[in-house]
Design a protein around this ligand. Structure first.
Ligand SMILES: CC(C)(COP(=O)(O)OP(=O)(O)OC[C@H]1O[C@@H](n2cnc3c(N)ncnc32)[C@H](O)[C@@H]1OP(=O)(O)O)[C@@H](O)C(=O)NCCC(=O)NCCS
Length: 204
């Protein structure tokens, strides 16, 4: 019996492509995030809002990683400056940033298929969003990293990109009624690490 890659976490497709998120992807993204981060993390209406916030002046900042059949293996959700005010949970410290919130983009979320983690795809997806943010003259990018991610992989891949720790928020996602893969049911007790990348200081 031939197993489709999404049903066999050991299999990785030979060809993967990074491309802009399309409106037509949203239902597949919802199924993907339900599976990879926890049931009900994103509702269909929230994904519509994410799609709206991800684009500005004809440029799409959020990206997907797909195989040759269009199946989703990764999602990098990014908002350009001006299209966001806060993250999904509670806690943001703009007074500790080198640049104003209005000049700062937001890395809302990144998820990879578990079969792909540890192979640098998180960095490649994020790098492509950073290229777009730099072209839009963003001065920085902020995100909430998941401290309990396996082997602290979230913090580690962000550090490789040059992000630095700003603050920590225990139970950051406690008001998000989703089934976290670690806590299994609400309320999620995981900690967010606010991290910032200064795009002016770090030019590449
Ligand atoms: C976090 C994530 C985006 C990082 O992307 P990535 O492509 O795996 O990043 P890298 O390959 O650069 O790996 C970063 C480090 O974590 C380690 N790592 C990654 N996935 C791992 C796993 N499942 N188990 C153990 N270690 C892991 C890597 O070995 C690497 O170690 P190093 O710093 O010694 O080189 C990705 O692993 C992912 O989607 N994880 C699940 C969802 C998640 O945590 N999202 C972030 C929410 S804020």
């Amino acid at each position: 019996m031939e197993l489709r890659p999404s049903l066999n976490r050991g299999m990785v497709p030979s060809t993967l492509t990074i491309r802009p998120l399309l409106a037509a992807d949203l239902e597949a993204v919802r199924r993907f995030t339900d599976r990879e981060i926890g049931g009900n993390y994103f509702s269909a209406s929230e994904l519509n809002e994410i799609y709206e916030r991800s684009g500005r002046a004809g440029v799409m900042y959020s990206l997907v990683l797909v195989d040759e059949r269009g199946e989703i293996y990764g999602v990098r959700i990014t908002y350009p400056p001006g299209n966001w005010q806060k993250g999904k949970g509670q806690g943001l410290t703009p007074e500790r940033w080198p640049h104003a919130l209005e000049e700062t983009g937001y890395f809302q979320s990144i998820f990879l298929s578990s079969a792909l983690s540890g192979q640098g795809w998180g960095g490649r997806l994020s790098h492509e969003s950073l290229v777009r943010l730099r072209k839009a003259a963003a001065k920085g990018v902020v995100c909430h990293s998941w401290k309990e991610s396996p082997n602290n992989s979230s913090f580690r891949y962000l550090q490789k990109l040059g992000f630095v720790l700003i603050a920590e928020y225990p139970s950051y996602w406690q008001n998000v009624p989703y089934n976290c893969t670690r806590c299994l049911k609400p309320p999620c007790q995981c900690t967010a690490q606010e991290m910032y990348l200064d795009l002016v200081e770090r030019t590449a």
